[in-house]
Write a protein that binds this ligand. Structure first.
Ligand SMILES: Nc1nc2c(ncn2[C@@H]2O[C@H](COP(=O)(O)OP(=O)(O)OP(=O)(O)O)[C@@H](O)[C@H]2O)c(=O)[nH]1
Ligand SMILES: Nc1ncnc2c1ncn2[C@@H]1O[C@H](COP(=O)(O)OP(=O)(O)O)[C@@H](O)[C@H]1O
Length: 432
């Protein structure tokens, strides 16, 4: 089967669907964030013998008809929001006979090359599925493919894409081949300046790009404009208390404020509280940029207050980075970036605290305290409750952040015991 690449590339260019971005990528179809994805790639030529394809066939293509769909717009805000909307639409509209997998298309070892989409297995080969997907493609900038096996059992991808209602009628097929498992889980390519931000400018730029679609961004940017980008810490110590919900941060920080006669601050700062729920509803790119700017605005308050007294902060950059990394990185705990990875690097332009204390509590004790407190959990905390692996990833990401690293404290004992241990720590680290 000769592949008419030239024709396809010309057509792709005409349809603003840069074909080469697909043919040179590896695809990772993830059944469950707890196990390794299945990796495959497109091949312009049919390899002589590809016995491994039968494994691929078993895992991905033997469950009825298969499709893949990706948002292809170059606008990262629109792509992030389209992906989030697409997920909601697929979950609600796909026939029950379908199995929905996350599908990542990426260039191995190229940061930010990752395009997220979905792989759909339709066990009953339901015509309704294809019609529903084609309707989706007609309304958005999506790249829709179907997968077919020919008489000799080889697997092919047929691309059917649309440019807002103009469906391409000429389909071309590409041979699918098994791809080697990359050195790192592909989600690691999507962390730096996509879900974790290492400079004020990078976070600020994301919200600037949101001004049209999220008007509240303008007010957040105005507050960020008022903060000094490189806030310099005053002469008094700055102590950050970190930990999952219900580890005792609020209780401890209030006691520390009284005893040290200090200022008690938090991130995101109170001035952003009114918009928190609004940005929590946005995809990670936007949400994490919001929390990142919250840290810079808090840093401005910390700089001012630390000129007058010790400052205690309830959550700061460790929370922002740990939750973002743990949410983004799929696969087992081992998939997390290694301890020396640059993703754990403190932002050079963010005020650095003198001491960061990470409170840890046994899961059952934490659950007891959450119940006792009775406060509504954030979506992320509900996820922590349900997903032990996610909780382990958040805690491990906290521990891997350096400069400054967390000092880990077992916060299971009584409030008084935890308080006295942390006071000793502060005395030792901050000469207070
Ligand atoms: N503060 C903060 N929270 C984040 C961030 N990223 C995600 N979150 C979520 O927001 C939740 C905590 O929000 P907070 O306002 O700190 O709630 P809280 O009442 O201080 O939580 P606890 O005091 O830990 O119970 C976390 O459990 C995460 O689910 C971040 O960068 N900063
Ligand atoms: N050391 C402790 N031992 C027992 N209960 C605690 C302790 N610290 C806090 N609590 C209780 O656990 C619940 C959660 O504490 P809180 O300070 O709100 O945690 P966080 O701010 O980390 O979410 C509260 O009801 C609080 O009274």
């Amino acid at each position: 089967m000769s592949i008419r690449l030239n024709c396809l590339s010309n057509m792709a260019r005409r349809l603003n669907c840069n074909f080469s971005q697909w043919s040179s990528r590896v695809f990772a179809a993830e059944f469950d964030s707890r196990c390794d994805p299945v990796y495959f790639a497109l091949s312009a030529q049919t390899p002589a013998a590809d016995e491994k394809q039968s494994l691929l066939f078993q895992k991905l293509f033997s469950q009825g008809k298969a499709y893949s769909i990706h948002a292809i717009t170059d606008d990262r805000i629109q792509r992030a929001r389209s992906y989030s909307d697409l997920q909601d639409k697929l979950v609600s509209a796909l026939p029950k006979s379908c199995n929905l997998l996350q599908l990542i298309a990426f260039h191995p070892n190229v940061n930010n090359s990752l395009v997220k989409g979905f792989f759909i297995q339709d066990a009953l080969n339901n015509a309704e599925t294809e019609n529903m997907l084609k309707d989706l493609v007609k309304s958005e900038e999506f790249h829709l493919c179907t997968y077919v096996s020919s008489e000799d059992g080889t697997l092919w991808q047929q691309c059917v894409w649309s440019q807002r209602g103009k469906e391409c009628t000429d389909v071309t097929k590409h041979y699918i081949t098994v791809a080697a498992k990359p050195e790192y889980h592909p989600s690691l390519l999507n962390i730096i300046n996509t879900v974790v931000f290492y400079s004020f400018e990078d976070a600020y730029r994301v919200l600037q790009e949101c001004k049209e679609c999220i008007p509240e961004s303008k007010e957040v940017l105005e507050l960020a404009d008022q903060c000094l980008k490189n806030s310099t810490k005053g002469r008094f110590p700055v102590i950050v208390i970190e930990g999952l919900d219900a580890t005792g941060k609020t209780t401890l920080t209030q006691s520390l404020q009284e005893i040290l006669r200090g200022a008690l601050l938090r991130s995101p700062p109170g001035c952003l509280s009114q918009w928190r729920a609004r940005f929590d509803a946005e995809p990670p790119l936007i949400r994490r940029a919001f929390y990142a700017l919250g840290n810079y605005i808090s840093a401005c308050d910390i700089a001012r207050e630390s000129a007058k007294s010790p400052v205690i902060v309830d959550r700061y950059w460790h929370s922002t980075a740990a939750y973002a990394i743990a949410t983004e990185v799929g696969g087992a705990l081992e998939s997390l970036p290694s301890s020396h990875s640059e993703v754990y690097r403190w932002p050079r332009d963010l005020l650095t605290p003198d001491l960061v204390v990470l409170l840890t509590v046994r899961p059952e004790e934490r659950a007891r305290r959450l119940r006792a407190r009775g406060v509504e959990k954030t979506r992320e905390e509900a996820e922590l409750e349900a997903n032990n692996l996610f909780r382990q990833k958040v805690e491990e990401a906290y521990r891997r952040i350096q400069d400054p690293a967390c000092v880990v404290i077992d916060a299971s004992p009584s409030k008084e015991e935890v308080l006295s241990e942390v006071l000793l720590l502060i005395q030792k680290h901050c000469n207070l």
